[in-house]
Design a protein around this ligand. Structure first.
Ligand code: 5RP
Length: 227
């Protein structure tokens, strides 16, 4: 297993071990999160853990179903005990960039329904300032997306429509994603508000003041938790 996967798995397993019997949890998305599903499935089989989860993407729903992790719809619960999810970057204030997988709109809704959002990352994702290396994903409606692109450009970003295999990437919500270069986001709360106000923007990948504990692991599998 690669160093990065050792780290991702260690962080994911540590977070999955925070889940207690009877909990209803939010299931994030992405390659790190797949290790949470793996560990939850193992705990269900070996410890008889009772847990059910609300998936934040079709990919997660499919993986959880395959692994035998019971699912719930968000509308069937009032509050989730915990949400666990990955991130693309985390700054010293625990603000996040998410959306590398294009699932950030649902991930935010699921995390907001939880008493705590636990974030799982490998230590390379800890950055002093968000958005210097990673492009900020912004989900926009397909209708009039060029107008949304123009409005985002006026906030200082350089958007580029995400493509997969030469065709536009479409989210689970049927929308496009614009990956936006900002050369460093000094005030994520301000930029998040600016983007939220733009016509045609569905949601962006800045998660400000949402993260609870950050579970970080390094390439040796050593885990630490930022409270
Ligand atoms: C998907 C996300 C993911 O959590 C984020 O991109 C991290 O992914 P990975 O664990 O594959 O590095 O926000 O929209």
């Amino acid at each position: 297993m690669s160093d990065v996967n050792v780290a991702k798995r260690a962080a994911a397993y540590a977070a999955a071990d925070l889940v207690q019997d009877g909990m209803k949890i939010g299931l994030g998305s992405g390659s790190t999160f797949l290790f949470v599903i793996e560990r939850l499935a193992e705990r269900i089989k070996t410890q008889g853990l009772k847990v059910s989860g609300v998936p934040s993407s079709q990919g997660t729903a499919d993986a959880a179903t395959k692994a035998g992790v019971p699912l719930l719809t968000l509308d069937a619960v009032e509050r989730l005990d915990l949400a666990i999810d990955g991130a693309d970057e985390v700054d010293p204030q625990k603000n996040l960039i998410k959306g590398g997988g294009g699932a950030h709109t649902r991930e935010r809704i699921v995390a907001a329904a939880a008493k705590e959002m636990v974030v799982i990352i490998d230590d390379k994702k800890l950055v002093p300032v968000l958005g210097k290396a990673f492009l900020l994903p912004v989900e926009v409606l397909q209708f009039g997306w060029k107008q949304a692109e123009r409005l985002i450009t006026a906030t200082g970003g350089k958007p580029q429509r995400r493509e997969r295999d030469g065709v536009p990437f479409v989210t689970d919500n049927g929308n496009f994603v614009l990956d936006c270069k900002y050369d460093g986001i000094e005030d994520p709360a301000w930029l998040g508000e600016q983007l939220n106000a733009l016509t045609g923007v569905v949601d962006h990948g800045l998660f400000v003041g949402m993260a609870g504990r950050i579970v970080v692991a390094d390439a040796t599998g050593k885990v630490r938790i930022i409270p």
